[in-house]
Ligand binder design. Structure first.
Ligand code: LR7
Ligand code: MN
Length: 494
């Protein structure tokens, strides 16, 4: 009896071991069925999810491991540019290059969307997009991570191509070698053009009907693309942005940004994130709903290609960096379109504290030239507030705007007053015309009667302009000559 029981246990044990081996073998066997397309997975289990640590890329309806990314040799690409011991890791890129290099190119990041986003569905026949990424001396590891995150986290059928515009970086191979990755193309500028002309060049060569712009140090998150393409497909005049998450410039942690923000600016045309107005916030019952925004940050957005061209692309007389986001935003709103942020689309971006590259004409002059062009073409009588907030802009060269004014007439765009009343009424103007804003002691600021006239006015006073309209609130930022903020004061009417 005992022997029989012992034998039975032994047989069962052997059967169990054999069964386990068979199961594992089955599970690891390469799966060859051609019909199991997008839902095919490799590795343990038969779930739909790709397991972390063995990320895969979906291409042409087949599931292939990322290592098979064309003939591209990732290791060699990254190894060719290594920090040397003792090098300052922040010097060339204004972020911690050592951390970026250490991370690898295909890390998992947290899905930062509201949980209700995961339940949304999108049309199965969404049009594909051309991704346009311009860069000047971007770090190889951040550039590659941008591209790989796009390939890993987008439905392959939606990615027509990834167009890199190398804006005259020191090493042409930074861009060129990446064309070994399927779908990646590279255009190199013969001289430094700046991001505005570079993006236009990219858009002009794009073949998909929808354009997607990205900075060269991003990481796109789960299902980032579908919500944006869906909104543009439904109405081609919409220009849409994701919520832009923060990638730490120090440790490259991926941090969720607040979902309650929109793009705004002050009269000096400085972009800022601001709270959605309280009435709008209270009216939002659905956290997945689009958020109307007066301006977009500028670097990460999706736009119908014909609409981009119809509206006059960008002002190509703007140089290097800055101001193009205001110009595009004003133009979109005033000429029949709209701007929105989609909370179910998330893209991480490395925010920096300084520009890691040079401006051939200087940073301040370039920003003034670009923003002056935006103000002169689009802001009508409101441009006076720009000049009062940025007195140094007066008299600075900004080139001819004849073509852009003609474009504005041709497109029959609305006056800036319409934008002020309907899109951004929160940016109101100061009523106390004729008073002077003065510094008081080391950290105070206030309105007072003007002392002295013209050149005799004390340096501590700036004259405010006679303004119309109701004052809701106004933020006054006082900067010193090197653009550091000395004071920030908020005036409210009630
Ligand atoms: O001469 C240049 N040529 C380039 O190709 C200068 C820059 N570039 C590239 C650069 O490599 C990068 O990929 O242009 C891109 C943007 O430059 P950044 O990353 O130095 O700019 P930013 O992130 O500080 O600036 C924001 O505002 C800019 C105004 O011109 C652009 O619109 C950027 O695209 C924009 N970035 C974003 O919107 C990401 C979110 C940040 C915010 C707010
Ligand atoms: Mn950037």
């Amino acid at each position: 009896m005992r022997r029989i029981r012992a034998n039975a246990i032994a047989i069962l044990t052997v059967a169990w071991i054999l069964g386990t081996f068979y199961y594992l073998w089955q599970d690891n066997k390469p799966q060859s069925s051609p019909s199991s397309s997008a839902s095919q997975t490799r590795g343990r289990g038969h779930g739909q999810k790709v397991i972390p640590g063995r990320l895969e890329i979906h291409r042409d309806d087949r599931t292939i491991p990322l290592i098979l990314l064309g003939s591209f040799d990732e290791k060699a690409y990254l190894a060719a540019k290594q920090l040397k011991p003792g090098d300052d890791p922040y010097k060339d890129h204004a972020f911690n290059l050592q951390e970026s290099d250490r991370l690898g190119s295909e890390r998992a990041i947290r899905d930062t969307r509201h949980y209700r986003c995961a339940a949304l569905t999108y049309d199965t026949d969404l049009p594909s997009t051309s991704i346009v990424i311009t860069f000047h001396n971007e770090a190889r590891s951040t550039l590659l991570r941008t591209i790989k995150s796009v390939l890993m986290r987008s439905p392959p059928s939606l990615i027509q191509e990834i167009i890199l515009i190398d804006d005259f970086s020191s090493d042409p191979e930074d861009c060129q070698l990446l064309t070994q990755i399927p779908k990646v193309r590279c255009l190199r500028n013969g001289r430094r053009e700046g991001l505005i002309r570079s993006r236009v060049r990219g858009a002009n060569t794009a073949s998909a009907s929808i354009l997607t712009f990205l900075d060269s140090h991003c990481e796109v998150n789960t299902d980032w693309l579908q919500p944006m393409i869906q909104r543009v497909k439904e109405d081609h005049t919409r220009v849409v942005s994701p919520i832009i998450d923060v990638i730490s410039l120090d440790n490259f942690a991926y941090l969720a940004a607040s979902a309650d923000l929109r793009g705004g600016f002050d009269w000096s045309l400085h972009f800022k994130w601001e709270q959605i107005p309280i009435e709008q916030k209270m009216a939002r019952s659905d956290p997945t709903q689009a958020i109307r925004t007066p301006v977009i940050a500028g670097g990460i957005f999706v736009m119908d290609r014909s609409w981009f061209n119809h509206l006059g692309q960008y002002d190509t007389h703007m140089d290097i960096w800055g101001g193009e986001n205001f110009e595009l935003s004003f133009r979109v709103w005033l000429c029949g379109g709209s701007l929105e942020i989609l909370p179910c689309s998330r893209v991480g971006h490395v925010f920096r504290k300084r520009h890691p590259y040079d401006f051939p004409e200087g940073n301040a002059l370039t920003y003034i030239k670009n923003t002056r062009r935006a103000a002169e073409v689009w802001m009508d009588e409101y441009k006076q507030y720009y000049y009062s907030a940025r007195p140094s802009a007066q008299g600075k060269a900004f080139g001819s705007i004849t073509d852009r004014l003609a474009l504005r007439r041709k497109l029959n765009c609305k006056p800036f007053r319409w934008y002020m009343e309907n899109v951004y009424p929160e940016l109101s103007v100061l009523k106390q015309g004729g008073l002077c804003l003065e510094t008081r002691g080391t950290d105070g600021l206030g309105l007072a009667e003007c002392r002295g006239l013209g050149a005799n006015r004390p340096q501590s006073q700036v004259r405010t302009l006679p303004l119309e309209g109701d004052l809701l609130w106004l933020t006054v930022i006082v900067r010193n000559t090197s653009d550091s903020v000395l004071h920030t004061l908020i005036f409210g009417s009630n």
